[in-house]
Write a protein that binds this ligand. Structure first.
Ligand SMILES: Cc1cn([C@H]2C[C@H](O)[C@@H](COP(=O)(O)OP(=O)(O)O[C@H]3O[C@@H](C)C(=O)[C@@H](O)[C@H]3O)O2)c(=O)[nH]c1=O
Length: 170
């Protein structure tokens, strides 16, 4: 029977629509509501009392990704990234390569869009890649916990198709 070759779905969401995936150690996921107003939508991006504390907002970039663009793989020694998708649909994939982490070797995949505004905080040492899933531009804000050092960026890269990370971008 064909089904003998098939893979059965496992649970991915709770009855409340919450993802069941286990977050990599230190990764934070915080949803923020879209407030529908008479003239559009208002969404808070940061409050001092949020888990993404003030020490986290020392530098900010806004990245516009071209249609179907792929930005992978990045890792930082000290920089903590907090990603918020402001437009379009972006897949964010994380890979834990930290020897001292209980989730070493594991992957998180997040599908991010304004439909469920979400802040994802990525600790140093976690490889990350972003893929624009739309045939038009998608964009995100990235908060850093330290200012970008032009002369010595805290940035290491691997090719998107490296076989050192157990994930394949399609
Ligand atoms: C991050 C950054 C880059 N730049 C410059 C450096 C370079 O010439 C150009 C593009 O930089 P990047 O190649 O790093 O940009 P990008 O390829 O979009 O990489 C970014 O992707 C996300 C996921 C991250 O993790 C960020 O740390 C950053 O590396 O912009 C700045 O001037 N300020 C900044 O804060």
């Amino acid at each position: 029977m064909l089904k003998e070759e098939a893979i059965k779905d496992h649970q991915t969401v709770t009855a409340e629509g919450e993802p069941t995936s286990v977050l990599l150690t230190g990764v934070k996921r915080q949803e923020v509501p879209n407030i529908i107003t008479a003239n559009g939508t208002t969404t808070e991006l940061y409050r001092p009392e949020w888990e993404v504390g003030p020490e986290q907002i020392q530098h900010m970039i806004h990245v516009i990704m071209r249609a179907n663009a792929l930005s992978a793989w990045h890792v930082h020694d000290f920089q903590i990234d907090t990603i918020f998708v402001t437009n379009g649909s972006i897949k964010l994939v994380l890979f834990d390569d930290r020897d001292d982490s209980a989730t070493k070797g594991q992957i998180n995949v997040f599908h991010l869009s304004r439909l469920r505004p979400t802040l994802i905080t990525i600790p140093p040492g976690i490889w990350h890649g972003l893929q624009n899933m739309d045939n038009s531009e998608s964009s995100f804000i990235n908060y850093f916990n330290n200012a970008y050092i032009y002369t010595d960026p805290d940035e290491w890269r691997l090719p998107f198709d490296t076989d050192k990370i157990p994930y394949r971008f399609e």
